[in-house]
Design a protein around this ligand. Structure first.
Ligand SMILES: NC(=O)c1ccc[n+]([C@@H]2O[C@H](COP(=O)([O-])OP(=O)(O)OC[C@H]3O[C@@H](n4cnc5c(N)ncnc54)[C@H](O)[C@@H]3O)[C@@H](O)[C@H]2O)c1
Length: 394
């Protein structure tokens, strides 16, 4: 079946060309957790029918990509991305490789009439991300960007509480993301070294603010202004070969965001993102949302809540040790549904959108807003001021 043959009712197979699947994200979350299981089960559609998923994996290193294909019994692999981009049997082009190559590859895939799905960020600067969003908006195909955090069980439950009116008037959100990333000298670093090189697309702000933008939009509302202190705490690290290098990118971003809440009122968010922090939390990312009627804390998996009616009345007294366990005063929000891996869940939604010929809710414009927020956060920090976030028109 070819890309010109997109009658949703008739489509029986969908072929995905996946680029960057030897990488951390591309391999673990996309290939292992999402695409290989889908190839096994097929994609179940809303009408109960199934579409088969075919894979073509792409990478620059022939040895690695061939080995990966053989390990997972993937018949089609190639190092020739240019040919794959114009291959008429390919329906969807997916990119999880280096961010620096991404805009060009996505533009070419759009021009070739492919559906495109991409890791974030779609580009390293907002002008390029907006130009991609324009090209995608002008295409008849479906485009999407990975917004995995909103599919995390913890955040799904937080969103459910918001939909149920649990919070009353929303007041503020506080987020903590991060963990200690080893420098790489005595213990190997658990993140790739390009993350710490600006010239290779690194930096925690570029990496995380595009996540925070869709998390804030998806839970509360659009970000209207940003203020941030962005720093490099650890100036020297050791790369994958054990060689010392100077860090040229930021490794911690302390951001404040002014949001427009669901009722048009102001909601304040503060999110710390750091690769130089030690964890004294239950999960590697946690968000506390406070409202007049209740509060909740959500991580990747769990979400606990405390209603106004169950709120204790602590009294400040530094002379007495704490006599109550504050954590025990929250109740666990139940799953009440099978909540699967966020990457896999979004893949399925995206592919169903492709087959139905509809827009994916997390499109390249949403991606561009994320890139813009990172850019403005960096500007706010270097200029030491609060920066307004303009709406992007296409
Ligand atoms: N959604 C998320 O939570 C999340 C988390 C981490 C990374 N990411 C994004 O995923 C992408 C990959 O990040 P990662 O952490 O997996 O990095 P990684 O270094 O582990 O993987 C990078 C991949 O790109 C390929 N690559 C690098 N340079 C290339 C080149 N010149 N030509 C062809 N291929 C090349 C590598 O072979 C590898 O497959 C980045 O855009 C990153 O922002 C997303």
């Amino acid at each position: 079946m070819t890309t010109t043959d997109l009658n949703p009712g008739a489509k029986k197979t969908l072929k995905i060309a996946a680029h960057g699947v030897t990488g951390r994200m591309g391999y673990r979350q996309h290939l292992l957790r999402s695409l290989l299981p889908l190839r096994e089960t097929g994609l179940l559609l809303e009408d109960g029918s199934k579409v088969e998923i075919e894979l073509l994996i792409l990478g620059r290193d022939q040895g690695k990509i061939k080995e990966l294909a053989s390990k997972h019994h993937i018949a089609e692999w190639s190092t020739d991305v240019a040919t794959a981009l114009t291959d008429p049997s390919v329906d969807v082009f997916f990119d999880a490789a280096t961010t620096t190559m991404r805009p060009d590859l996505l533009h070419r895939a759009l021009t070739a009439g492919k559906h495109i799905y991409s890791e974030k960020p779609t580009a390293l600067d907002s002008a390029t991300a907006i130009s991609l969003a324009r090209a995608a908006a002008g295409s008849e195909r479906t485009s999407g960007v990975v917004h995995d955090k909103l599919y995390l069980p913890g955040l799904v439950k937080l969103r459910r509480l918001i939909d149920q009116g649990f919070f009353g008037r929303l007041l503020s959100l506080r987020g903590e993301f991060g963990y200690w990333v080893f420098e790489g000298d005595t213990q190997a670093a658990q993140r790739p070294s390009w993350n710490y090189r600006k010239e290779d697309g690194g930096g925690i702000t570029t990496d995380m603010f595009c996540h925070w933008n869709y998390v804030l939009e998806g839970l509360i509302g659009p970000v209207r202004s940003v203020d941030a202190k962005i720093v490099t705490h650890i100036p020297q690290r050791w790369d994958e070969q054990g060689k010392a290098y100077q860090v040229t990118a930021d490794d911690a971003a302390y951001g404040s965001f002014e949001l427009e809440g669901p009722d048009g009122g102001q909601v304040i968010a503060q999110i710390n993102s750091s690769w130089a922090v030690r964890v004294h939390r239950d999960e590697l990312v946690e968000f506390q949302l406070d409202g007049t009627e209740g509060s909740a804390v959500a991580g990747l998996f769990h979400c606990v809540a405390q209603h106004r009616a169950n709120t204790p009345k602590p009294v400040w007294n530094p002379d007495l040790p704490v006599a109550e366990s504050f954590r025990e005063q929250w109740f666990e929000v139940p799953d009440n549904a099978a909540l699967e891996n966020g990457f896999a869940a979004q893949w399925q939604e995206f592919l169903r959108d492709c087959l139905a010929g509809r827009k994916h809710r997390f499109d390249l414009l949403s991606a561009a807003r994320g890139v813009q927020l990172a850019e403005l956060g960096l500007a706010a920090s270097s200029e030491r001021r609060t920066v307004d976030v303009p709406e992007i028109g296409l």
